[in-house]
Design a protein around this ligand. Sequence first.
Ligand code: FAD
Length: 282
Amino acid sequence: MQTQHHRQTFSFELFPPKTEKGFGNLKKTVQELQNLQPAFFSVTYGAGGSTQQRTFDTVGWLSGEEITVAPHLSCIGAVRNEIIEILERYRSQGIRRLVALRGDLPSGAGLGGPGELDHANQLVALIRDSFGDHFHIEVAAYPEFHPQADSPERDLIHFKRKVEAGANSAITQYFYNADAYFRFIDDCQRLRIDIPIVPGIMPITNFIQLARFSDACGAELPRWLRKRLEGFGDDLPAIRSYGADTVTALCERLLEGGAPGLHFYTMNQATPSLDIWQTLGL
Ligand code: FAD
């Protein structure tokens, strides 16, 4: 098993809230997590116009508070000029880090539309061509492979293309099988991919939500975990306690095995990530 030799980076992912109440909750979450001095907060980006505006608003608020923020930006369905305009705005707000993604079209949208970029490697190349080294570019990685991948080997080659196009580091899809991550790192090293690949960590607080979310984004919930969580029925405290133990043990193994940090999918809640962080003694 190979270990990565990069400095560790700890970060938190947020989604842009839909309501005033959600925004109030986000502010509280950010305040609590900011005490931990993470490297950055990232903010997800959706497919629709109003969702995108919420990302811009959330990013604008965070950067106005002088909090280091890394907006996600997806390219599917978008045209180059739009992307460049967004990036110019981010640059003028002092943003130096991005998470560059292909994204997914809303179900039923088909693959037509005006989009000029089909894959994340093209977005990374566009950012580098237009903005040089201004942005630190994160890309997505899939230790258990992307659901649409032709084959594991092709998926790795496509991942390498993003690195060759100029990605500085990667954040993984969440997973609960540490061995899949370590195997992925070995495969990357075999292909001479040498950027930090930070595990994405999804705390477990609610089985039904987690199962629904995993089905939607194609993340793998192993049967042992599904069965255990199902077994707790609607006993939420038991799910939270088992979930915290399981995810903390996963993080411990990842860090001991040389993972270059952790990126928490907070779902805009501070406590589950805070609990794990404190138990890990970070
Ligand atoms: P790509 O790297 O383009 O890969 C997508 C698929 O195409 C893979 O199967 C790959 O093997 C294949 N492929 C890649 N390049 C090529 C090529 N050049 N030729 C042929 N095939 C190729 N989604 C959102 O909508 N908003 C978000 O904010 C968001 N944040 C995310 C954050 C993280 C950390 C992760 C892991 C995912 C996130 N996603 C988000 C989900 C992501 O958009 C989807 O998983 C999407 O399906 C793939 O995006 P990608 O950037 O990995 O795509």
